[in-house]
Design a protein around this ligand. Structure first.
Ligand code: ADP
Ligand code: MG
Length: 661
């Protein structure tokens, strides 16, 4: 038995103890002590302990906990208790940095590898992990496929792999991220290491899919109800304008709020509208530059601005506890997305509202999204042909050719609408014909495709090419091993060329396969992953089209059901969607409240009960229609009588009523 006092101030001591513990029960005791020592918490919450014990026992484990439920502790504590490094895969770089800082502040050796770091920094971090100096190594999913990472990983002692936001691995989920599929490959490199998957949004189908995609070696799922008791879900149907409803809603409530809208343009319009109405508001979407995003988020976070009007780009990882209202002015296309966004209200446990503002057009709009998300296959074939005309790629050629994809120009020339076009591109991507990338990188990347020696032998075709190659070699290291972030403006300065010339030169070096350049601009690009096919021969197997479309239709239908249902408690309906059946009416959603309105006021009922009792006080049985003599409101009468019978104050013998003496 060890006591807290025995624990030295360094993680090393914990680790060496962990090494001696060959019993899971000892590790489990150690976990509680680590929780107290590093976080100051006295006990685990809910299912935290079950999840931790399961991963300590080396079992592949899936933990389902609502947002704010305390998922982080479930991997951070065992990471400390077990020997080796825990690899944490999580999609958002901002979150990753936060967590690492937080852990370091507690004296825990954590590090993060993400795209913004230089090659040298990454190398050093990986070396540290190999030498066992890192307990938690956060990695963005895109990094997993890097050769450098995989090479170093083979030499690491990995305690377990943690996959946060694990629903991102499921194509059936609403937030599929293809880079998550690489996790299965990583598992093959680390056959010993168990995996811990965590999520706050998963339907029963997604729960199964996560385990399958991650190659679970046994079923081990721990579930904590997703219920949020302090959150009142409300659907507000309006016959008039949604804007008026929104203004009314914000004027009649207080406290911090988020308003979700579907388009970037509308976030701005609504924020302006609200400001005009005297409600303090700002807006946020992915198209803003980072400084603007930070500034607006901060203003809202500290309460300088009350309302944040945003697209769904806002929210993940935002941990503002006192949001009192999350309103949706456009309907999301899945319950998962809605639940996730609504759940950002009331993290502090105080009463909060999630209001979906809807009008008669919403159902139609939701149905239209199906055709936008899954355009007809012939349309996709047409897009494929247009791509080939646009880039002049002949049938049978084009393999590996990479092009910038100016969406607006393309739409203009071939008369496409951007949304279905993007969907068609994504489907072509999934089917393996092209790679379509719409990265939100704000730095360009370069990697040499030739070996260093070959490069020195090579004389570039033009003077510019030689100058740019030289500038690259002088300014950056690691270009032969992996992609490195390069700054086009800096290269222009170094080389004495203008920025457009640097850009053009990098592009031409790419075409000559001397290097690969991914431009800095947010321009999407297209790469042919196969030689161009005759579009007649394009195949869209069920797994890339029909099955996914069906899932999407199911999600839309569930959302429509939520919008239009007028008799099931909203809380129940949402929880049922996530497979929870043992639920109660919440008592504060619009449905529950409307039921309370239907009941007569309680003092009227009490009065009616007195009258009924008086009528029956002669001790005789009375036929039920005698009660009409009391000339009471029918609803009140029914409610009063039902209650008396339920309380057994009155006996109803086949329509004859008498007092229960
Ligand atoms: P999630 O990732 O599930 O959304 P977090 O891991 O961010 O949630 O935890 C939410 C909050 O709960 C954090 O502030 C965390 O410190 C707190 N918390 C987690 N576990 C415990 C515990 N056992 N006792 C007290 N507070 C806890
Ligand atoms: Mg979390």
């Amino acid at each position: 038995m060890i006591t807290t006092d025995d624990l030295k101030e360094q993680t090393d001591a914990d680790e060496s103890f962990g090494r001696e513990c060959n019993h899971t029960s000892q590790l489990s005791t150690l976990s509680s002590q680590l929780l107290k020592k590093y976080w100051g918490f006295d006990s685990f919450r809910g299912i935290q302990k079950d999840i931790i014990d399961s991963i300590l026992a080396g079992r592949d484990t899936l933990g389902l906990m609502p947002t704010g439920g305390g998922k982080s502790i479930t991997f951070q504590v065992p990471a400390l208790a077990l020997e080796g490094t825990c690899i944490v895969i999580t999609p958002l770089i901002a979150l990753m940095k936060d967590q690492v800082q937080h852990l370091r502040g507690r004296g825990i050796r954590a590090a993060a590898i993400y795209s913004g770091l230089s090659h040298d920094e990454i190398l050093r971090l990986l070396e540290n992990a190999v030498f066992g100096a890192v307990k938690l190594l956060y990695v963005s999913p895109e990094r997993l496929s890097s050769e450098l990472f995989q090479t170093k990983l083979r030499h690491m002692k990995v305690s377990f792999i943690c996959v946060d936001e694990a629903h991102c691995i499921s194509q059936w989920g609403y937030d599929f991220r293809p880079s998550y599929l690489t996790i299965a490959d990583i598992r093959k490199l680390l056959p010993e290491a168990p995996v811990l998957a965590l999520t706050a949004t998963a339907t029963p189908a997604v729960v199964d899919d996560i385990q399958e995609r991650l190659g679970f070696r046994g079923k081990c799922v721990f579930r904590m109800s997703f219920e949020r008791k302090n959150l009142a879900y409300v659907v507000r149907h309006t016959g008039g304008s949604k804007e008026a409803e929104l203004i009314h809603l914000l004027k009649s409530t207080q406290g911090s709020a988020i308003v979700y809208a579907r388009s970037r343009q509308r976030t701005r319009d609504y924020a302006e509208l609200l400001s005009h109405e005297g409600v303090s508001a700002t807006y946020f979407h992915a198209g803003l530059d980072n400084a603007e995003k930070d500034q607006r988020q901060r203003a809202w976070q500290v309460g300088e601005v009350r309302v944040m009007v945003a697209t769904n780009a806002f929210g993940m990882g935002i941990d503002k506890p006192d949001v009192r209202l999350v309103a949706h002015i456009d309907c999301p296309d899945s319950i998962e997305a809605y639940f996730q966004e609504a759940g950002r209200a009331g993290r502090d446990g105080q009463p909060a509202q999630a209001v979906l503002i809807s009008d008669d057009g919403d159902i139609q709009k939701l149905k239209q999204r199906i055709a936008v998300e899954f355009p007809p296959k012939d349309y996709i074939r047409q897009v494929y042909d247009h791509l080939a005309y646009f880039y002049q790629v002949g049938v049978g050629s084009g393999y590996n050719a990479t092009f910038e994809f100016p969406i607006d120009k393309f739409c203009h020339i071939y008369h496409h609408f951007p949304l279905p076009l993007r969907s068609a591109m994504k489907i072509l991507n999934r089917a393996g014909y092209i790679e379509f990338t719409e990265e939100e990188e704000n730095q360009g990347r370069v990697m040499f495709l030739l070996e260093r020696d070959d490069l020195y032998k090579l004389q570039g075709d033009t003077k510019e090419e030689n100058i740019v190659i030289e500038a690259l070699l002088r300014s950056y290291t690691g270009l032969f091993v992996d992609y490195q972030y390069v700054d086009e403006a800096f290269l222009a300065m170094q080389s004495g060329l203008t920025q457009p010339v640097v850009y053009q030169t990098l592009r031409s070096l790419t075409q000559k396969k001397i290097l690969n350049f991914i431009p800095q601009k947010k321009t999407p690009y297209v790469r042919y992953m196969q030689r161009r096919e005759d579009s007649e021969n394009l195949q869209f197997p069920p797994a890339v089209y029909d099955e996914l479309r069906q899932r999407y239709v199911d999600r839309i239908e569930a959302m429509i059901h939520y919008l239009s249902s007028d008799h099931i408690c909203r809380n129940r309906l949402l929880l049922r969607y996530f497979g929870e059946t043992d639920t109660k009416d919440c008592g504060h959603c619009d449905i529950c409240l409307s039921r309370q309105d239907e009941l007569p006021p309680s003092d009227a009922t009490t009065q009616a009960q007195t009258q009924i009792t008086a009528l029956l006080s002669d001790g005789q049985p009375h036929p039920i229609d005698h009660l009409h003599r009391l000339s009471l409101d029918l609803k009140v009468l029914q409610a009063a009588l039902a209650q008396l019978i339920a309380e057994q104050a009155i006996i109803n013998d086949d329509g004859l009523l008498s007092l229960n003496q």
